[in-house]
Design a protein around this ligand. Structure first.
Ligand code: K1U
Ligand code: ZN
Length: 172
């Protein structure tokens, strides 16, 4: 397994609609392993393939608490099949938009259909932070960032900060 580079906004690859994975093969399993390692090292609780420059529909997550057993999860071609009317607001962050946190409101519970790493169809229910995270990651597969839920002025301010950060990183 190896660490992958995480793209920073703005990057055209973060705005693309990703392609479904036609067959779950050894390359898919290797990519999921790299993404789980990259997510843990960041550290983060989720990561989507476009964030590492791969425009395929694969996400990984581990929202387990520090004192719990790790629960790494990889979801291929995830689709929300049901969303609760009840909403939840969470102070979201994004590894592609470092150190910026904003309150985002989303359905509190969702059911998601996906393929696991054995290529088997699964449907799982998510609530709490898991529900927020899975929706944030599926948004990445559709070229959507959490800042797209904010006002234009807030989004522009954050984008400006990220452009400055990228220039600083390129210089050092
Ligand atoms: O997709 C990503 O960019 C990862 C992102 C996921 C996420 C966080 C919060 C709400 C929704 C989705 C992150 O992991 S940002 C980092 C973060 O939240 C975190 C890092 C260390 C410990 C706990 C949380
Ligand atoms: Zn993100």
């Amino acid at each position: 397994m190896s660490l992958r580079n995480i793209l920073i906004h703005p990057d055209p690859r973060l705005k693309k609609i990703c392609d479904p994975i036609a067959a779950v093969d050894a390359a898919t399993v290797a990519l999921a392993g790299d993404m789980l390692e990259t997510m843990a090292a960041a550290p983060g609780i989720g990561l989507a393939a476009p964030q590492v420059g791969v425009l395929q529909r694969l996400i990984v997550m581990d929202c387990s608490a520090k004192d719990e057993k790790p629960q790494p999860l990889a979801l291929i071609n995830p689709e929300v099949t049901w969303a609760s009317a009840e909403l939840n607001t969470y102070d979201e962050g994004c590894l592609s938009i470092p150190d910026q946190y904003e309150e985002i409101t989303r359905p509190a519970e969702v059911k998601v259909r996906y393929l696991d790493l054995d290529g088997r169809a699964q449907e799982s229910a998510f609530d709490g932070l898991w529900a927020t995270c899975v929706q944030h990651e599926i948004d990445h597969l559709n070229g959507k960032l959490f800042i797209d839920y904010l006002s234009k002025i807030k989004r522009s301010m954050i984008t400006g900060k990220m452009k400055k950060l990228k220039k600083e990183r390129a210089r050092s």
